[in-house]
Design a protein around this ligand. Sequence first.
Ligand code: ZN
Length: 372
Amino acid sequence: MNVPKTIKEFVKLEPWWKTPVNTRVVPSEDGVGDIFRMLAEAGKKPFFVVDKALAGQAEFARFFAEKNLFAFDASFSEPRTGDVDALRALIQALPEQPDTLVGVGGGATMDLAKATAICLANPEPAQVYQGYGLDMNKGADIWVLPALTGTGAEITPIAVLRGPEKKLGINNKYTEAEVAVIDPSLARHAPAFNRFYTMMDCYFHHYEIKTSKTSAPEGVEDATLGFALAKQVLSRDLSVYNEENAVISAVASVLGGSSSVSGRVGAAHAISYGLSNSAPHLPHSVAVAISMCALEDVYPDGYGDTMSFLAANGRQKPKAADYGIGEKDVPKMVKTALGMEKLWHSCFGDGWQEKATPEYIEGIYNRIIKER
Ligand SMILES: [Zn+2]
């Protein structure tokens, strides 16, 4: 692929993913202007779900002037099922119902918009819908404008939610965006920590899908390209915004979305879910990084890359202890990770049960909690 270096080149890019996706991807050099123009042209009645952290940034001011707006505090946690229920109630109390929910922000904000859109047409509490392919009605249309790319949430039919019992997405065909307007320059003021760790998760997705024993060929193809791009970006210092890095990240992020439709992640994500369940404020991307740091035996090159990305960015290895995780959490984490059967199958292939034993997984968590 001829990888674009500037936003001018990016907007001319032909579709670069192999896995068919339903979302209309619109590369843009004026994302905010374009999404308002397209909404108006399509005669939409939008409701905006916007990351509160964008409130001080001039380029996002148009959203905060809207009446139909919910500003989500995405810095605190991934969206909870209770956030979805509350936002649904707020929208349903409006005098005029919107037909389109527009998510503006990072993965967490887009996921809140996606989950709320589908729940508008499904009456139960959102936690009832955490799962795979449940029979659900189509809700409002979903449009997204990422303010930071890397998660792939702009493409995936998944809205990850933290419920009272588990962290699990609503995985449904009506949870994917109809339109994703992608303007890499909107990541200009994102915090360096978020920029780095979001791309780390992008790398982990591509790495695990590429090495998976159960991914479809087109997923592996998208992941192989995305892997090379994520590695290129993460080998550089990401502490300040740079147009070329932002463009490559946007290209890699869409591939992360498409590859996860036809591919599957593996052991690092399985281990991360145990950590996330025990620490509500541990960001997903950091949880996967902690996991990868303890999986040198399974993913030697993924481990090696992770170490060199941390070094290139002057960052220490992330530690579970910093998020309050310790020995007391091990039994519950082992149980959660063991339940991720599809991910272990993806990692080890047939006969995975002989490798991903409770003792083996406990050993991984014991290594993780000893890092101090
Ligand atoms: Zn991930």
